[in-house]
Design a protein around this ligand. Structure first.
Ligand code: Q46
Ligand code: ZN
Ligand code: ZN
Length: 309
């Protein structure tokens, strides 16, 4: 297989795009695709103050690299969850992220959950009996809360995450299987800060396949944590990804068209605002200032030992 641009040996063949590229042209193509998505969905401009959530994984570190190459200014946010899982998951991902930032002169903000809230994610899940052996619900809520807080306190224009097409297609698949109208309404490349206390969010990798991101990280020689969080095992999202991959094998481009057709349907008004169960009656948490569905403290502030503003 040869690169369609220069005829050199191809490093990757992307069947869904009918495009084979050599290393050099692939490493140019990815940032160009990201830039197109940033513009198409009106994510942010060159002057924006960007906060990027980095986990130490291939997607978020590669996105940070891409944003830097494209000339954007993005600070990183690493959230230390205190997850060990027998592989020192949090320690290792923090080390890799800090090293990435240091070697490139990038600014990294670290929020350590055990230090700040007095217990690890697992301890929080056990004490509050939310999930216990599977702390993902507590973890997700905590990460969302911290990302919003840091983005607002630092006056960032936008919070970006490294969700790729496979992540978005799997989420869409789950939301569709269960017809979660409110979630479908809010899923997209950009989430506006339409409630007080919420940061504007964007996903510049939403059209890039996971496989392409893995190739990008390897070809750019970015060191990232290979191991998934130990609690990711058995997650529904992984199961949905496997199903979508089977579809993709038979029909290259299936994932992309599933996601893009959804965005088109949304743009055409297929999803009405009244399908959103949050619809209008949101309250502001008196402790942290973030939105909550019932009056009084939000679920996160009720869950933590110490509250943080
Ligand atoms: S939610 Fe669950 Fe992830 Fe948190 S506990 Fe690990 S797997 S990190 S995306
Ligand atoms: Zn080439
Ligand atoms: Zn709160």
């Amino acid at each position: 297989m040869k690169c369609v641009k220069c005829g050199e040996k191809a490093a990757i063949n992307m069947r869904q795009h009918k495009l084979a590229l050599c290393k050099e042209h692939f490493l140019e193509w990815i940032p160009a695709q990201v830039q197109r998505a940033i513009e198409k969905y009106g994510m942010f401009g060159k002057e924006a103050r960007i906060l990027i959530a980095v986990s130490g994984g291939k997607d978020s570190l590669s996105l940070w690299d891409i944003l830097q190459r494209l000339g954007y200014h993005a600070d990183g946010l690493y959230i230390g969850l205190g997850i060990d899982g027998g592989i020192g998951y949090s320690d290792e991902s923090q080390r890799i992220t800090e090293q990435f930032a240091a070697t490139r002169g990038l600014h990294l903000i670290v929020v350590d959950v055990p230090q700040e809230y007095g217990e690890t994610i697992l301890e929080m899940a056990q004490r509050t009996q939310r999930g216990r052996a599977k702390p993902c619900a507590v973890c997700g809520m905590t990460k969302r809360h911290i990302m919003n807080r840091v983005a607002r306190q630092g006056n960032y224009d936008v919070l970006v995450t490294g969700h790729n097409l496979d992540d978005e297609a799997a989420t869409l698949f789950g939301n569709t299987l269960n017809w979660l109208g409110g979630y479908l309404l809010r899923q997209g490349p950009v989430l506006e800060a339409d409630q007080p206390g919420l940061a504007r969010k964007a996903k510049p990798l939403c059209r890039i396949y996971e496989r392409e991101m893995a190739a990008y990280a390897v070809l750019r020689e970015i060191e990232y944590i290979y191991n998934e969080c130990p609690y990711a095992e058995g997650a529904k999202s992984i199961y949905y990804k496997e199903m979508l991959n089977r579809l993709e094998t038979d029909r290259p481009g299936a994932k992309l068209s599933f996601y893009l057709s959804f965005l088109q349907a949304k743009q055409d008004g297929f999803f009405a605002a009244k399908a959103d169960p949050r619809g209008g009656d949101l309250h502001t948490c008196p402790s942290c200032g973030q939105p909550t569905s019932a009056p009084g403290e939000c679920a996160f502030c009720r869950m933590t030992l110490k509250t943080s503003s």
